[in-house]
Ligand binder design. Structure first.
Ligand code: FE2
Length: 253
């Protein structure tokens, strides 16, 4: 993000645009005549908490109009080394209810390592941690709604829901679209997982919608001598919506 060139939008606007293709939101300054005052006579507590001096308007630059830095697309290289496991490229598009791409959507993922263990204090089952894998990723979709991560195929893990219960391999996703109503928290699965049949979380998704939670093996995007690839498109709302997560799956998130 450091190479982004910022230009002011012009009189009355506080936002920024980018010379490198980033779509940055812009905001009008609030009109002071319609803003609730921070100090108000007769509203006693405002006298204690309101600033005594006139606030300084700071320019809205990149930090003020964007979210977290979207640089965590590579999960296999952390803490100075390579994660253990099968490398996979996970990619797809984020779409709205009309099938249109959603650019600038924040896509966050978390997952277990190749052994099926999360790097979290409450995950203590006897599978090894990987010093070079923390299982956390974050990107923002491009102008065509596309996202991608390079990661490790997560392992299955036991979760105590019933005797010998194991979660199918999955990656947790959290997405923000253009509005708070376009938040989606869900899980992506892998095709033909033998654990589907005994997993009540997967089977809580209505049968007709389960396929939407399963990624597709993508031979085209497989990287020769390097990584497998899986495609998963995500629909934020509408009749084709990707199933929401409805329950706690016993992991740490
Ligand atoms: Fe999980």
């Amino acid at each position: 993000m450091g190479s982004v060139t910022l230009r002011p939008y012009g009189p009355g606007m506080t936002g920024t645009t980018s010379a490198s293709g980033l779509h940055l939101p812009r905001y009008l300054r609030e009109d002071p005549s319609v803003r609730t005052p921070v100090a108000f006579d007769g509203y006693r507590s405002t006298a204690l908490r309101a600033p005594l001096r006139t606030p300084v308007d700071l320019p809205h630059r990149l930090t003020e109009v964007t979210g977290p830095d979207p640089v965590l697309a590579e999960l296999t290289l952390r803490n100075g080394g390579e994660a253990v496991g099968q490398r996979i490229l996970v990619h797809g598009r984020v779409l709205d209810s009309d099938g249109r791409p959603v650019p600038d959507a924040l896509v966050e993922v978390w997952q277990a390592n190749a052994s099926g263990r999360y790097r979290h204090v409450v995950d203590t089952w006897p599978a090894p941690l990987d010093p070079h894998f923390d299982g956390l990723g974050r990107v923002v979709t491009d102008s065509l709604g596309r996202y991608e991560f390079m990661t490790i195929k997560p392992g299955a893990y036991p979760w105590g829901n019933h005797h010998n219960a194991w979660r199918p391999a999955h990656i947790h996703f959290s997405l923000f679209g253009r509005a708070f109503t376009q938040r989606l928290v869900t899980q992506m699965y892998f095709p033909d997982d033998p654990l589907f049949g005994q997993d009540p979380i997967f089977n809580s998704i209505p049968a007709a919608a389960r396929y939407r939670a399963i990624s597709r093996y993508d031979l085209e995007r497989t990287q020769d001598n390097w990584a497998l690839a899986f495609e998963w498109n995500i629909v934020l709302r509408g009749s084709d919506q990707t199933p929401f997560e409805t329950d706690d799956d016993g992991d740490v998130a």
